[in-house]
Design a protein around this ligand. Structure first.
Ligand code: ATP
Length: 360
């Protein structure tokens, strides 16, 4: 596995050597195969992988909707692997969950859905429940829809009900199982913004599983890439998104970038210059560095592929360029000195995993 920088924060969730197998008609299926993960308190942690990678199984283990076949689960420092009875109920109250298809109770109003987990605890009177429900609906922007039924709501509104219901018992963790996969891109953006706001306002640790790199890019602090039941890459989103190492990550990143496939074409082309991949992040993304360095070193550059955008609030630009002219090595050194990450382009994508970084 490609290990990257791990923040020294308190772990809210820790999975150790987790295995999970299911017995199907064709024998045992290993859904998770030795997963180690540590999710810090207060972060938004993404788990990405293609269909069947084991994402749902992994997230459902955290609140013990599934039991592991092997390994240990810790939540807030406490071993919960075989929690049952009241300990299990307390664990589930401390972990809210939202689902791709919302899972709302169709016979209850919006307010009734949000009140439901509070009623189940038996700890609150009617007035307190009404007050809490009103505050939760205000937080998710559904106050005027309180008396509607789920069938009268849009997908985005239904997911907001799901979020309010998940927050009802004031959990310290919110699990999101493909929470935006049934929504259109604009509604997805609004729901992800709401999750980030909840994370900021309440300090809730969020674990978000998805098959879409774009969801991770917009929302998460760190990400783990799951492939065939194993974590194959893990680290800060900026790193994993801009410098994917494992072939499974490369596939997911390229899926999110319509022009990402052109890197392959660039890798194979004979351009007569030095092909490099330049990554500008943060303030460097807004400075006219490339033109200045080219002039200073009497170098020409052809931009062959590129992508520009934001990873959460951080701007980034990544280009594949062919450099030719007087002092290409000087230009590369100048780019690096200006805070640009420079990698030699041209390697086949599958070989990137083994390639040393920052080759000039
Ligand atoms: N209850 C079950 N019984 C048998 N096999 C299962 C069960 N749940 C999951 N699996 C198998 O475990 C593997 C991982 O499934 P899981 O649903 O966790 O993957 P996923 O990454 O969430 O996929 P998707 O994005 O398609 O939902 C798959 O091979 C799946 O068929």
């Amino acid at each position: 596995m490609a290990h990257r920088r791990q923040r020294g924060l308190t772990a809210m969730i820790r999975l150790e050597r987790i295995t999970k197998s299911f017995t199907g008609r064709q024998g045992a299926v290993a859904a998770l195969d030795g997963v180690d993960l540590s999710i810090a308190k207060g972060e938004i942690f993404g788990v990405i992988g293609s269909s069947g990678a084991g994402k749902s199984t992994l997230v459902r283990l955290i609140n013990l909707l599934e039991r592991p076949s092997g390994g240990e689960i810790f939540v807030a420092g406490e071993r919960v692997t075989d929690a049952r009875g009241e300990r299990l109920r307390a664990l589930r109250r401390s972990i809210g969950m939202i689902f791709q298809h919302f899972n709302l109770l169709s016979a209850r109003t919006v307010a009734g859905n949000v009140a439901y987990p509070l009623e189940l605890t038996g700890q609150y009177g009617k007035v307190e429940i009404a007050e809490r429900v009103a505050a939760l609906l205000a937080r998710v922007g559904l106050t005027e829809h309180a008396q509607k039924y789920p069938r009268q709501l849009s997908g985005g509104q239904k997911q907001r009900v799901g979020i309010a219901r998940a927050l009802a018992c004031e959990p310290s963790v919110l699990l999101c199982d493909e929470a935006t996969s049934a929504l259109d891109p604009q509604t997805t953006g609004a729901v992800l913004d709401l999750l980030r706001q909840i994370n900021r306002d309440l300090g809730v640790t969020i674990v978000l599983i998805t098959h879409e790199m774009d969801v991770i890019r917009r929302t998460c602090d760190r990400v783990a890439v799951l492939d065939r039941g194993r974590v194959v890459e893990e680290g800060p989103v900026t790193d994993v998104f801009l410098h994917p190492r494992h072939p499974a990550t490369l596939r997911l990143v390229r899926e999110a970038e319509p022009d990402g496939g052109s890197l392959d074409a660039v890798a194979g082309a004979d351009l007569g210059g030095r092909t490099v991949r330049l990554t500008f992040t943060g303030p460097a993304a807004h400075k006219p560095i490339l033109g200045r360095i080219a002039r200073e070193n009497l170098v020409d550059y052809a931009i062959l592929a590129g992508r520009i955008g934001h990873i959460r609030e951080t701007p980034y630009a990544q280009f594949i360029v062919s450099l030719s002219g007087r002092d290409v090595a000087g230009a590369i050194a100048g780019l690096e000195a200006s805070g640009v990450d420079v990698e030699l382009g041209g390697a086949p994508l599958a070989a990137i995993e083994e390639r040393p970084r920052h080759v000039v």
